[in-house]
Design a protein around this ligand. Structure first.
Ligand code: MEV
Length: 448
């Protein structure tokens, strides 16, 4: 049976929301109530911040906050903050950091920082030259009518870079755009860009409706929407590592030259085979998203953009590339990252604030470099495992504690079982077998 709908839920107090939810949806009301309560922050001021981040907050959703030290980036040492639930990600980051610290570290540079947004509109007039003339005459007004919105950004060296009229009628009858480019300095700039675009739309409507040079029938425009684009291929950063093939010496017993050759081939496969490219890039995003989330940035925007960029040739492909030339192994990533170090929750969320603090309050450009490195490092560790020991060895070792926690093993049992698996291959069923043997009871938890 469907549950009865509720009206005015957002107006209820937090307690009333919880009570309604628990009594309608919880399987074990008392236990669920306890869980929700136990995840509330002890400091009321912090909890209020969380309550006000979104609507209908009833508790908090915790994720582990980890750190991967020893990241040498452009000769500066960083400890990277990572918010992630996946067992092996922080360990993989830390391992890659140590590996490359001994080989000169990571080099990173910002290639461009331009953001973009559009007023999407329909104009069904006949003479496109007339429309272009209206646009050219109106262009200074777009800047003039947004002076208030752009004042702060301009004082920081940013603002509106350019506005163009784009004819999209080949794709859809009557469809045109005002395409604007922006420099948003240390902020991700979504609110700034959207405010400018909405002002452009109002200016544009007036310009067309009041224009006496257009035929009367053409003096009408339908504004469909004004919105930034999260596709920012011109907000691009490159991170790379390189060393002599002779110095790779990565410790798994495989010869240096063979390691380098296999590595380059693995990257090549991700460049040409979308099935592999998606998993490959997912691994990159393990590193990217962890730091994006820890620093209070919008991981949905970052994800959407990275994958669109990965498919920009028409085929989805790897974000990283590798070569061996003249005895030098080189591995790099090009990734668009529209990030902010001011605005959003960057100065509100206590852990996000701390993440910025341990990164020594980076600029948006510095953060772009750090996060590109996090993605490259993660990819290096994943591919290194894949072409040597295989991924499961390290992954399952890290996952072992999750399995034991699911089995409700005691600390003492965990210590014994972790010790046992130091020289045995971990699998879910093996972990269950060893656990049940240790306890001498049949397990309730099935294998996966
Ligand atoms: C797992 O989260 C990520 C990997 O699958 C990435 C890859 O295959 O490169 C290990």
């Amino acid at each position: 049976m469907n549950k009865a709908p509720i009206k005015g839920f957002s107006k209820l107090s937090k307690e009333a929301k919880i009570e309604w939810l628990i009594s309608n949806y919880a399987e074990q009301p008392e236990a669920s109530l306890e869980v929700l309560k136990s995840y509330l922050h002890a400091d009321e001021k912090v909890q209020k911040l969380h309550d006000e981040f979104i609507e209908n907050t009833i508790s908090n959703f915790y994720m582990p906050f980890g750190v991967a030290p020893n990241f040498l980036i452009n000769d500066k040492m960083y400890a990277l903050p990572l918010a992630i639930e996946e067992s092996s990600v922080v360990a993989a980051a830390a391992k890659a950091a140590n590996f490359w610290m001994d080989r000169g570290g990571f080099k990173a540079k910002v290639i461009s920082t331009t953001k973009v947004g559009h007023v999407h509109f329909i104009w069904n007039g006949n003479n496109k030259t007339d429309l272009k003339a209206v646009f050219d005459a109106c262009k200074p007004d777009f800047f003039a009518n947004t002076q208030n919105i752009t004042a702060n950004m301009r004082s920081r060296g940013g603002g509106i870079l350019d506005i163009e009229l784009v004819d999209k009628t080949a794709l859809e009858p009557g469809y045109f755009q005002l395409q604007a480019t922006f420099e948003t300095c240390h902020s991700m700039g979504a609110n700034f860009i959207n405010s400018c675009l909405e002002a452009f739309a109002a200016t544009w409507r007036q310009a067309i409706e009041n224009n006496s040079t257009l035929e009367p029938a053409d003096r009408s425009v339908q504004i469909i929407m004004s919105i930034l684009s999260n596709y920012t291929p011109e907000c691009l950063v490159r991170a790379e590592v390189s060393c002599k093939v002779d110095e790779i010496n990565e410790g798994s017993g495989i010869e240096n030259a063979e390691f380098a050759e296999k590595f380059v081939r693995a990257i090549r496969i991700a460049e040409i085979e979308p099935y592999r490219a998606v998993t490959h890039n997912k691994g990159i995003m393990n590193g990217v998203d962890s730091v994006v989330i820890a620093t209070g940035n919008d991981f949905r925007a970052i994800e959407a953009c990275a994958h669109a960029f990965a498919g920009r040739s028409g085929q989805y492909a790897s974000l990283t590339h590798a070569t061996v030339e003249n005895g030098i192994f080189r591995f790099w990533i090009d990734i668009p990252l529209a990030l902010g170090t001011v605005g959003g929750i960057t100065k509100l969320h206590p852990i996000v604030k701390f993440a910025h603090e341990i990164l020594a309050h980076p600029s948006a450009e510095e953060l772009m470099q750090i996060i590109a490195v996090a993605g490259l490092a993660q990819n290096f560790s994943a591919v290194r495992s894949l072409i040597t020991s295989g991924i499961q060895k390290g992954h399952m070792k890290m996952h072992l504690l999750n399995i034991l926690n699911q089995l409700e093993a005691t600390e003492e049992e965990k210590a014994i079982i972790v010790n046992y698996f130091k020289d045995h291959v971990v699998s879910h069923s093996e972990a269950v077998r060893v656990f049940t043997e240790l306890r001498g009871i049949p397990s309730k938890v099935g294998g996966k």
